[in-house]
Structure formats: structure tokens, C-alpha cells
Design a protein around this ligand. Structure first.
Ligand code: AP5
Length: 208
């Protein structure tokens, strides 16, 4: 199963991705996670990424495309993959089409998680993650266990101010992927308002 997850920042892509990869036994390829790991390690590329992510801007296509191309070549993608947060521009989508064509693969579904902008501020500002396990929580909607609360961290780009720019980038550069994948008859719209469990049910119904 070769899947793409798209949707605005904080829509719940990462949250739903966990259940999907466990069910289909495929790896989750999150460009956001790869970028954050490079920033954490302060690699030369990571330092470059930071200039963009701190402002809520997308990293240049060329850099992200080569990260994904390398990752898709790994053995664990033989059975399929879930791309989370890639592609984010039409240029990236075209590059992905080329990568898959070269490998003789094709996409099965592009899942679009639809959440209105007005709900995203609360989801983003309440998000916390556990640096030890990578588990993502929400202070109100998916509260962490009491005993780990003090070690949780908040992403630098999870502020109201940076979210405004991330949303601008989403509407200007990522939303054009909707007609792109509609035309290819791959787009599956999923209502992203409701509880995490309700949305999970909708995702699995879509994939059935
Ligand atoms: P990235 O990490 O991909 O960020 P994003 O797309 O903005 O998505 P998020 O990770 O913020 O949200 P999510 O949809 O996964 O939500 P989550 O499940 O955590 O990218 C970060 C940056 O990296 C970009 O800004 C860019 O600079 C760069 N980048 C990455 N990929 C790139 C690319 N391809 N090209 C160029 N640049 C790139 O949920 C959010 C919160 O809500 C959590 O706390 C969760 O518990 C909670 N929640 C989830 N579902 C629900 C629900 N149903 N109800 C209530 N709360 C919920």
C-alpha cells in the first residue's frame, strides 16, 4: 500500500499515521520528523532547515526531494509506505511521480485530512511530545500520563505566530495538490473534525 497523507498543520496526520502503519505494516516517512532530527543534530543541512522551519516556511523543494528519494530506496519501503507531510508543493508531487515511475511503483491513495483553520490553533498550541519515546500528546484532547508531564517538550514552530505563516504556506503552496490528485483520481477526503477515534474509523473505512 503506497499512501500519502496531506492536510494543514496540526490536522492530525501524524496521530492517524501511527494506526495506519501498524495496520498495514508499512513505514511512516515524515519529512517533518527527518528535518527536525537534522536540526537537533545540527548537521550542516539541519542548520539550513532551521532558517525555514523557525519562520514556518517550507524548506526548498530540492532539499526535501532528495531526502525522500534516499528514503524510498530503503528496504523497508518494498512493502509500501506512508508519506506524511510530503509532497507539499506541485513541484514535489511531480518529483515523486518520477521517483515512483523509476521504481515501477504507483500511489494507491492520497488521504486529505480536512480541518478548518479555526480549530488548528488549539490543536497546535496544546501539542506536546515525549523526547524519550517520540509519542505525541495533546494537553486537552490526548492528555499525557501524569508521571511524564515534566519531560514533555513543545515544538518551536508550535506558536500562534508561526502557525499563521505555516497556514499561509499551506494554502498557497500545498492546497494546489488537491486538484492535482483529484485529476489523478487518487484523492480521498476525510473529515478531520471529531475525536481521534472517530477520525481513525473514517480513515480505515476509506482504506477498506
Ligand atoms: P511537519 O512536521 O510536517 O508539520 P505539519 O504539516 O505542519 O504538521 P504537524 O506535524 O504540525 O501536524 P499533524 O497534522 O501531524 O498533527 P498531529 O497529529 O501532530 O513540518 C514542519 C516543518 O518542516 C514545515 O513547516 C516545513 O518548514 C518543514 N517541512 C516538512 N515537510 C516539508 C516538505 N515536504 N517540504 C518543505 N518543507 C517541509 O496533531 C496535532 C495535535 O492535535 C496533537 O497534539 C494531537 O494530539 C492533536 N490531535 C490530533 N487529532 C486530534 C483530534 N481529532 N481532536 C483533537 N486533537 C487532535
Amino acid at each position: 500500500m503506497n499512501l500519502i497523507f496531506i492536510g494543514p498543520p496540526g490536522a492530525g496526520k501524524g496521530t492517524q499515521a501511527t494506526a495506519i502503519i501498524n495496520k498495514f505494516n508499512i513505514p511512516q516517512i515524515s519529512t517533518g520528523d527527518v528535518i527536525r532530527a537534522a536540526i537537533k543534530d545540527q548537521t550542516p543541512l539541519g542548520k539550513k532547515f532551521q532558517e525555514y522551519t523557525n519562520k514556518g516556511e517550507l524548506v526548498p523543494d530540492k532539499l526535501v526531494n532528495s531526502l525522500v528519494e534516499d528514503r524510498l530506496g530503503k528496504k523497508d519501503c518494498a512493502n509500501g509506505f506512508l508519506l506524511d507531510g510530503f509532497p507539499r508543493t506541485v513541484n514535489q508531487a511531480e518529483a515523486l511521480d518520477e521517483m515512483l515511475k523509476n521504481r515501477g511503483h504507483q500511489l494507491d491513495h492520497v488521504l486529505l485530512l480536512e480541518v478548518p483553520d479555526s480549530l488548528l490553533i488549539e490543536r497546535i498550541t496544546g501539542r506536546r511530545s515525549d523526547p524519550e519515546t517520540g509519542q505525541v500528546y495533546h494537553l486537552k484532547y490526548n492528555p499525557p500520563p501524569e508521571n511524564i508531564k515534566t519531560r514533555l517538550i513543545q515544538r518551536k514552530d508550535d506558536t500562534e505566530e508561526v502557525l499563521k505563516e505555516r497556514l499561509r504556506e499551506y494554502h498557497n503552496k500545498t492546497a494546489p495538490l488537491i486538484p492535482y490528485y483529484e485529476k489523478a483520481q487518487l484523492l480521498r477526503r476525510i473529515e478531520g473534525v471529531g475525536s481521534i477515534d472517530d477520525i481513525q474509523k473514517r480513515v480505515f473505512e476509506t482504506l477498506r
